[in-house]
Design a protein. Structure first.
Length: 615
């Protein structure tokens, strides 16, 4: 059927209409810069397209000569020569088409390869802020569908425009050179064919979109109500009849749409076939009258050529009517991709970044102010010092800014005011890779890759020996678990570590950080997701580690707090108290309150778990 036909891609959605890209010289230049490295191949493609489009028309012209040869009872030799020539031309044009297709795909793939890599590299340099404020789905769409879109633009839109223009021009020139009356008639017939098919196409497209939306709705209902938690909710609230009605309603809407869509397809097909047969008949009729009455020079072959060429006009005309849509869509694609490229890299290595030979892991905050969003300051004038080999526990109510403080050390974010030093050097002047290599974080939300325990551990130290892996597991109190698995270190952890319990995951991530062997260890203690026994096991693991290296602990449990050399109490982004447990607990301030409400409970829980275990 028609190339780039009217069946779907030919219309802009309301959203696309509202967000028409601004096409500037700068944008075009930028797009061109991606094509430039491949200009030689592009020229070759241009030539191939021009040549194959022209060749593809030639058999239609030869048909005319074959018909004339027959009508005039020319020697058989000539007839055979014409037939062979026609076949040969078709084969040649198709062969060129194959080569052109290869070149096209090659260029499109290479250009998108460059773009994809550049985008990935750029995204990796984006700050934590970018990833927390952007929807992950959007980021992935940019990386996949948008770039695939570019590939489509290069490999198909571009070629189809060119070949359509050439085909159309050449066909019209040939037709007019035979008979201007018939050619004009042919041109006048085109709208008869094009307008109804476009109408039918648009109707069908609208219906398809409607049924897609309906399908999404149905899937939504299924996902919501046929999941374990969804079903529990439905059952507990006795909503079965309601959900059934909702599903039935969506389902019957879908049926109506599907039937209408299928009928629109039939109409579309009917209109198309009717008009494509009316055209040739008209040409035969008018051609016949001309030939018999007015134009002695006109031959049967000429009329045959006209009819053959007429059918080759429809496709290109239809495609070219879609150019504007294709153009807007392509520009929107490029604009979206370039918008991503233009996002500034917020956290970068300073030009004169230093890489010291070693660091002691000491940290000092001096009058640090920080906000995630301009209008809401999170940290206010935070100052503290952590000497090498010592440990600090940060405690405070939920949302007080504890995690925020530690995020500033490896520069996941940059503070807006004050300075932070690591090993005595301002973190903004330190080489980023060096800084991050020397800060190890065991976070609450442990992230494991889908792979084996071994692979997850080796991520921290790719050249670790078996003995080192075992030692790290032992220290992290996870060795017994590993050994209890049939496949030991080669046990799969599942997607994001789903096959492990929360406590096992956290101990595994302690082992991972131990292999990294950072100068500063940051431990973000889980608040409540774990049961007391797992907590106790983590505790056993973490305490000796704290003793032997510089560490910061975001602590929720008294035993962790007691293991630290100093306690910082944070409230609403400020350090409100600091000191040792014994003094703080007597002060009657924030710490005392936390002690009464949180820590005591935790002690009781751990004690009861231990009793339970020993019983
Ligand atoms: P918890 O003990 O519950 O983990 P926390 O003391 O570690 O809490 P933070 O995570 O540092 O608290 O959060 C401090 C404040 O900053 C909170 O009010 C939170 O809503 C806000 N916040 C945290 N992360 C972001 C972010 N990426 N963008 C905007 N605001 C944030």
């Amino acid at each position: 059927m028609m190339r780039g036909g009217p069946m779907g891609r030919g219309y802009l959605t309301e959203e696309e209409k509202a967000n028409r890209p601004r096409v500037t010289g700068k944008l075009l230049k930028r797009i061109f810069a991606y094509l430039k490295p491949y200009w030689k191949q592009m020229i070759l493609i241009l030539a191939a397209i021009a040549f194959s489009s022209l060749l593809a028309l030639y058999p239609s012209i030869l048909t005319g000569r074959i018909v004339d040869a027959l009508a005039e009872r020319k020697p058989l030799n000539l007839l055979i020569r014409l037939i062979l020539l026609s076949l040969g031309v078709t084969v040649a044009s198709n062969l060129i088409g194959v080569g052109q297709n290869y070149l096209n795909t090659w260029i499109a793939q290479h250009i998108t390869f460059d773009m994809r890599n550049k985008m990935y590299e750029h995204l990796q340099r984006m700050s934590q802020r970018f990833f927390t404020s952007n929807n992950q789905g959007d980021i992935i769409t940019r990386m996949t569908s948008d770039i695939d879109g570019v590939q489509r633009v290069i490999s198909s839109t571009f070629t189809s425009i060119l070949s359509n223009v050439i085909t159309l021009t050449a066909a019209l020139v040939t037709m007019y050179s035979r008979s201007w009356v018939l050619a004009t008639l042919g041109v006048l017939i085109i709208p008869l064919f094009v307008i109804p098919t476009r109408r039918a196409g648009k109707t069908r497209w609208d219906l398809t979109r409607e049924s897609q939306a309906c399908n999404d709705e149905i899937n939504g209902i299924l996902n919501e109500t046929l999941s374990v938690s969804g079903q529990t909710l439905v059952k507990l609230f006795g909503k079965e009849p309601y959900e059934y009605d909702r599903y039935k309603a969506a389902n019957s809407k879908m049926i109506r749409l599907n039937i209408r869509e299928s009928m629109a397809g039939r109409w579309f097909f009917m209109i198309m076939t009717t008009f494509s047969s009316i055209g040739p008949m008209l040409l035969y009729l008018v051609g016949g009258v001309l030939m018999m009455r007015y134009d002695q020079a006109l031959t049967v072959g000429d009329i045959t050529v006209m009819v053959a060429l007429l059918s080759r006009l429809y496709g290109p005309v239809n495609s070219l009517l879609n150019i504007q849509v294709e153009w807007i869509r392509s520009m929107a694609l490029f604009t979206r991709i370039f918008d991503y490229f233009d996002l500034p890299v917020e956290i970068e290595n300073a030009p004169d970044a230093v890489t010291p030979a070693a660091t002691d892991g000491s940290v000092a905050f001096s009058h640090v102010d920080f906000s995630y969003e301009p209008e809401r300051q999170i940290l206010h004038d935070v100052s503290f010092e952590l000497q090498a080999g010592k440990s600090i526990a940060i405690v405070g109510p939920s949302g007080s800014g504890k995690s925020t403080i530690i995020n500033l050390i490896p520069r996941l974010y940059d503070a807006q005011g004050g300075t932070i030093t690591f090993g005595g050097i301002d973190v903004k002047k330190l080489d980023l890779a060096f800084l991050r290599r020397n800060v190890g974080i065991v976070s609450q939300e442990t992230y494991l890759f889908n792979g084996t325990i071994r692979e997850n551990l080796l991520y921290a130290k790719p050249d670790a020996t078996e003995a080192e892996l075992i030692a790290a597991c032992r220290k992290a109190n996870i060795l017994d678990f590993v050994e209890s698995q049939e496949t030991g270190l080669d046990t799969l952890v599942g997607n994001r570590g789903l096959k492990l319990s929360g406590g096992e995951k956290q101990r595994l991530s302690i082992a991972r950080v131990l292999l990294k062997n950072p100068a500063l260890l940051i431990f973000d203690e889980a608040t409540s997701a774990l049961d007391s026994i797992s907590e106790a096991r983590i505790q056993e693991a973490i305490e000796p580690i704290i003793q032997e290296r510089t560490s910061i602990l975001i602590a929720h449990r008294l035993s962790t707090i007691l293991a630290a050399d100093e306690i910082l109490v944070v409230k609403e982004g400020r350090i409100v108290e600091r000191g040792q447990h014994a003094e703080l607990v007597k002060q009657g301030g924030v710490y005392t309150e936390l002690y009464e409400t949180q820590f005591k409970k935790a002690i009781a829980a751990v004690e009861s778990a231990e009793n339970g275990e020993s019983r």
